[in-house]
Design a protein around this ligand. Structure first.
Ligand code: ARG
Ligand code: ZN
Ligand code: CA
Length: 239
């Protein structure tokens, strides 16, 4: 699928008084997603020349389509999808074939967020983000700049971590991200060498600090576009 893609977004918030999610958090998150998926992140100017030709404009626009709030006293939701089901105290998804559902809650365990890959159960399809890491958020520290959502939406769009979650031979199925065998953290200096090549530490699908990730590649864009093509798992968003 080659055209521009528009994704309507529903924000489901399990409200915790100590970790408020404000309209400003929400609006800034939508803006950050639109920057990152349209090659408008100003930080992208710092991409090393060796990776310059790989920088992609993914051309996806995210539009806020609804906000659901539910007060909750639960402070550690975990990663078993309870936040996605009203029967378990959460909020049911809104029509996941046509909306990207976010759930914002206290996940616990130091987890910033998690996502469901394309092709899974509709009822749990979407992205979960810890309350302090949603949008521009002073509670989030080095993760308070909205890139957890950029990264998790990458998974929702079928992207793997750039090190392939394994050794040097484990692929992310993208040819223009150099092979690596580990996640990078903090704000790595260039070059960071693993598997005899320079890691693309500034890719949104690594684990670095929010302000140190600022590119997707053309190969990642191809992988994303494949799921919107005829017969692809997210074709329903473009027809
Ligand atoms: N650890 C999470 C994951 O694997 C998200 C990492 C996001 N990184 C960030 N700088 N916000 O899905
Ligand atoms: Zn990840
Ligand atoms: Ca690769």
């Amino acid at each position: 699928y080659q055209g521009s893609i528009t994704i309507p977004v529903i924000i489901n918030i399990l409200e915790d008084a100590n970790h408020p999610v404000t309209q400003a958090n929400i609006d800034s998150q939508i803006d950050i997603l639109n920057d990152d998926y349209n090659d408008l992140n100003p930080a992208t100017g710092a991409v090393p020349s060796e990776f310059n030709n790989a920088i992609a404009n993914v051309d996806i626009t995210f539009v806020l389509a609804g906000i659901n709030r539910k007060v909750s006293t639960k402070t550690s939701w975990g990663t078993n999808d309870a936040m996605k089901l009203s029967s378990q105290g959460g909020i049911d998804a809104t029509d996941p074939s046509f909306y990207l559902n976010f759930w914002i809650c206290e996940i616990g365990g130091g987890i910033l967020g998690y996502a469901q890959f394309p092709g899974g159960a509709l009822a749990t399809d979407g992205v979960v983000i810890g309350s302090d890491y949603f949008g521009r958020n002073t509670l989030g520290g080095q993760y308070g700049y909205g890139r957890t959502a950029t990264h998790e939406v990458g998974h929702w769009l079928n992207l793997r971590h750039i090190w392939g979650d394994g050794n040097c031979r484990q692929d992310d199925f993208v040819t223009d991200t150099p092979g690596s065998d580990q996640a990078n953290y903090g704000c790595p200096s260039y070059p960071t060498v693993n598997c005899r090549s320079n890691d693309m530490t500034m890719n949104y699908m690594d684990y670095v600090d929010d302000q140190c990730m600022y590119m997707f590649t053309n190969g990642q864009n191809d992988r994303i576009r494949a799921i919107f093509a005829a017969g692809g798992e997210r074709e329903s968003f473009v027809i």
